[in-house]
Design a protein around this ligand. Sequence first.
Ligand code: IFM
Length: 735
Amino acid sequence: MSRRLWTLIERGFQPGKQRHYETLFTIGNGYFGTRASFEEGLEGDSPATLIHGIYNHATGTLVPDLVVAPNWLPINLTIDGTPFQLITKTNDIMRPPQGYVLGYERSLALDTGVLHREVLFRAASGAIVRLIFERFASLHNPHIAAQRLRIIAVDGSPQIGVEAALHGDVSNHGVAHWLPEMTAYAEGDQIGLEAKTSQSGYVVGMASMVCGVNTTPSESSGMRPTLRAAFKLAADEERTIEKFTAIFTSRDVTEPLETALDAVTTAQQRGYDSLLTDHQAEWAKYWATSDIVIEGDDECQLALRFATYHVLIAAPRHDENVSIGAKTLSGLGYKGHVFWDTELFTLPPLTFTQPTLARNLLMYRYHRLAGARKKARENGYEGALFPWESTDTGDETTPKWSDPQPDGSRIRIWTGDSEQHISTDIAYAVWHYWQWTHDHTFLTRYGAELILDTAVFWGSRVEAKNGRFEISQQIGPDEYHENIDNSVFTNRMVVWHLETALRLLDWLAVNASGDYARLVASLGLTDVRLAHWHDIIARMYIPFDDARQIHVQFPGFFDMEYVPVPNYTPRTTSVQAILGHVRSIQTQVIKQADVVMLMALLGDAVGSREVMLNNWHTYYPRTDHGSSLSPAVHAWVAARLGLIDDAYDMFYHAVHIDLQDNKGNVHDGMHAAACGGVLQALLFGFCGLSLDDDGRLTIDPQLPEHWRRVKFNVYYRGELHTFDARNPVLDTPIA
Ligand code: IFM
């Protein structure tokens, strides 16, 4: 196994890129994620540990945030009295003598989730030390994090000072979420912190212990319990220090701090190597099914593993009451809220490789049906209307207003009111999961209710107008065009939704008659209602231009100003940002795959090959990919249409969104949907993975010329299949 294709490396310290790397090198285990801030801190850094489900709505803010938990990383060192720091201010007379960084390299092992950093550092005394840091978030025990530091005296025999701490004085970009009264514990060889969120009342408890040196506890500020140590290194001597941290919340246990103190004692007794062995064994299990091999394109191979790694560390393993936020647990973007990104982008690849994780994510929605029903009711509808942005409660948490613009004004955000396709996206994910897994227990107990009650919503939402059914005031995937009537994406997906609901009822009637009767009674699925659904299917307005043989994104779309998006290249921002919000909504510039998204989801059911190609050639040049969700979907559809050069361009773009930070916002967190999207572009697009009408598994590879081979695994109805698609493909074996 070539380490090169499994290791993300930062060569040389690049101060301007640290917040980008903090995101890329995030470690996590589906319970918490921790950005790759340095143990010793750095001016301008943004350390954050985010724990699934810990939201809080702070006074004076519009919506809840996923809360930055206390920081467990701090290990501060002095070398002969010189503080170890990567940026040193040599002329700052108020600070102690500064040192000098002679060398730096950091790497993330994607196969094991271990973050490694080596620094060669010269203290003001002239002593030189090599510092080797390592950390991981245990995948075996999600409540445990471990750090190891090796200090090697390369030149001289320096005096070393160590301070290992927990920092409770954290905030979300200045917004305080923790009550100021924290419990800080520092006794014997342990430190601990317990903190409570101000509105939601969640409690987090953390505890740490240090091995390899004798420590003294101290707690001065009430928020930074610390273990201190000091020792001298002889010339060439090496000392290894390990810090173990346990993390619990009131979502898991009644006494988070007490539990953490016990758990950290056990972890420390087990020792670093033993914890690491268990952790690596769990990762090996993940990769045994999740790895996708591309031969012939090392750059994309590494990038694909990077995307897979981030999906895996974000996916909750043991909890069906949390889900993956748009920025995973790697940053504060979108406040940790959950969007359609999960169901249509991140979740489907998990269905193939880690079906239990996919199921957890669907269950999150099932447990939030009450919120969705409330939203439907409050808006005057029946059934379940899921929030566009979701947190712990299941209530709509989309902010109504943007953050202030440069001129101080705020823009009204309509997605929470009008981006109602989210309910169908969830139904689609349930159906897709069931088609591939045949997890009948899930379907009959939970999934069916999701599909059916969201169908009930649409039955009450459509409007009988002009001798047909229409849907007004929507936002489709293209969010530049708000509150439009008859979004073709939405209307067509609603037809799919109602057809699927009827198909599902037929299946339940035959295969699960008890559940059928229960759901018919509890959701009011009367004959009248079902006849109404049939009617909607037959008479839904699907905007289509007969002359041009294309789907029309929405009526009036082509009456707006045409802006040739390809002329706006190269650019570092969206065309919307260049033209301005007000102008761009009056143009044909499209934010992200919309009709193209429809083609990805429904494939041939959208229309003939001619119509699909016409749609592609119409919408591709109008799309500015202002959303990170867009390029991967374009890659997927282009590959299916046999437009392999376009597909590869889009795939390459998508796979590098985070690595190259080509949206300039990776400091806010990973783009979860882009990660899931590239996996789907590869599987559904280039490899043509699908189920035929009889539910049989097929592939139809159309690979970029320089790819020799793609190998991947798929769980299909309980059995694992390995596909080995070679280029050119004559016959594809299914092992
Ligand atoms: O869900 C997406 C949306 O489609 C485009 N704007 C960003 C959201 C979160 O990723």
